[in-house]
Design a protein around this ligand. Structure first.
Ligand SMILES: [Zn+2]
Length: 160
């Protein structure tokens, strides 16, 4: 009986905020802070060895923990979001997981419609049936807005 392998996790540098958001919406665990020190990024990876550092910064790739292989890092080659997503997906074993909050990286929970009345605009409440809410920051997601965009990306990435 082997241990179930942990899902891939990431830390993204300051220049990769949009990539971090989209990977979260695809269900990936991505730590992201801005502004941030290089030392914090490296520390997070050293403290949690399953985390892969995503960076646009060649200088970071030359730091000692990365050069020595103590920190796994991926140099993101493009400034263009779709290319960035494609690079991460092609070069790491990410699996489709339920979307995480794009703002704070926490898990989303399904909410009963009645529970979100008053927390979403009235027309949204009238026209939508499925609501998910971030367990930490409270942001509410619903289908007509973010969800369709998320599903579009998920289907192009995972074939769902
Ligand atoms: Zn959140």
């Amino acid at each position: 009986m082997g241990r179930r392998p942990e899902p891939v996790r990431f830390v993204a540098d300051e220049m990769l905020g949009r990539l971090a958001t989209w990977l979260r919406l695809l269900g990936q665990d991505v730590e992201y802070e801005a502004p941030v020190e290089d030392s914090w990024l490296l520390r997070r990876c050293l403290d949690d060895p399953g985390r892969i550092l995503l960076t646009r910064d060649t200088r970071l790739m030359e730091t000692r923990p990365v050069a020595r292989g103590e920190v796994a890092a991926m140099l993101i080659g493009s400034d263009h979001l779709p290319d960035q997503l494609r690079q991460v997906i092609d070069s790491s074993e990410i699996k489709p997981l339920p979307a995480r909050c794009g703002v704070c990286n926490s898990e989303l929970i399904l909410r009963d419609k009645a529970e979100v009345e008053g927390d979403v605009p009235a027309y949204v409440f009238r026209t939508q049936e499925v609501f998910r809410q971030c367990a930490r920051c409270g942001r509410i997601y619903w289908r007509a807005t973010q969800w369709d965009r998320i599903q579009n990306v998920r289907s192009s990435v995972f074939g769902e």
